[in-house]
Design a binder for this molecule. Structure first.
Ligand code: ZN
Length: 340
């Protein structure tokens, strides 16, 4: 009964039709990826000069620094065609056309079996990937904790030199530590490194944020990626101080948070480390009021609004503050104020 309707309306239903056939689609598009593989590859989409691999696939579609979408969107982008053509190509390539109504019984049965096999294969691969990802997450958290244990308090280290250079005077919170020499994975360079503890909502350390410093502590290391996370981040935060009578605040970066503590006299500042994580922050049960210390500029403002909405939905009273223009964040403001 669905066949004639489908002929009249070529657009709807393609998402359901191709579900479970992701591996076959990737293969047909010539993307060098196997379902179940982790990590990123260089973006295969035309027009994206992806120097550092930032493209990956999920069960639902693709995610890249240049955009994201489902498997129909991926097909459109790869082939450079509009939706209807991409849908037609997918049906043709995956053997979803012509409609079963027009097929002889043997061919229809063969196609049905092929589809069932593809879907079973994709399901098994997804289960395998989930297991692998869980194992890897556990391993990364263990590595992060090991790194954390081997690091020392930052007083008197190059991390202190670095923070003073950013107009952040001590005392420094115990959630920041220092490693005299830590290897940056992309370059292999061993440099001084500031390590921030990333805590899950229950307080457990599940990751670290690493900031490699210049050999004399004067600024960050001159690397493409002087700052890299290790371990879990979602819903987690770097907690810069206990939540006491001074209130609770949320911001993005560690340096911003340290400056907010000093500018506003608030101890309990949590850093989401990446604007995108701000709405995921789980408020502590005993805290009713939160101040979001946003960065300036469209992404900072946008994510602050999303975080405000999320925290409001969790029953918290929310206030948002941002630094006056032209300062990008509260640390830039603090640096300006520290100038003689
Ligand atoms: Zn891309």
């Amino acid at each position: 009964m669905t066949a004639p309707a489908r002929n009249r309306e070529p657009l709807p239903g393609i998402g359901d039709e191709i579900a479970g056939l992701e591996a076959a689609i990737i293969n047909a598009l010539g993307i060098p990826w196997q379902m179940g593989r982790r990590g990123h590859i260089r973006c295969p989409l035309p027009g994206h000069d992806d120097r550092r691999p930032s493209f990956r696939l999920t069960e639902r579609g693709y995610i890249c620094s240049c955009g994201h979408g489902d498997y129909v969107a991926l097909t459109m982008a790869m082939l450079g065609v509009p939706f209807a053509d991409a849908a037609a190509w997918l049906r043709e390539t995956l053997g979803l056309r012509p409609d079963a109504a027009g097929l002889d019984p043997a061919e229809a049965e063969a196609r049905r079996q092929w589809l069932a096999e593809q879907r079973a294969k994709a399901k098994a691969e997804a289960a395998k990937r989930d297991a692998e990802e869980a194992a890897e997450a556990k391993c990364k958290a263990a590595r992060a904790r090991e790194l954390w244990r081997s690091a020392v308090p930052i007083a008197g280290t190059l991390a202190e030199t670095y923070l003073r250079g950013r107009a952040i005077e001590g005392p420094y919170p115990p959630s920041l530590r220092y490693l005299a020499g830590h290897r940056q994975p992309y370059t292999g360079l061993v440099l001084p490194c500031m390590v921030a503890a990333v805590q899950a909502p229950d307080g457990a350390i599940v990751g670290v944020q690493r900031t490699w410093l210049a050999p004399d502590g004067n600024g960050k290391a001159r690397l493409r990626d002087p700052r890299l996370p290790l371990g879990d981040f979602r819903a987690c935060a770097v907690r810069l101080g206990p939540i006491d009578g001074t209130g609770w605040g949320v911001c993005e970066g560690t340096e911003t948070g340290l400056s907010v503590q000093r500018l506003f006299g608030i101890s309990g500042i949590w850093c989401a480390l990446g604007t995108g994580n701000m709405p995921n922050i789980e408020p502590p049960a005993h805290v009713d009021v939160v101040t979001i210390f946003a960065d300036n500029g469209p992404p900072g403002q946008q994510w602050a609004a999303k975080a405000a909405e999320a925290l409001h939905e969790k029953g918290r009273a929310v206030m948002t503050r941002k630094p006056p223009a032209p300062f990008g964040d509260f640390n830039s403001l603090a640096q300006e104020r520290a100038k003689p």
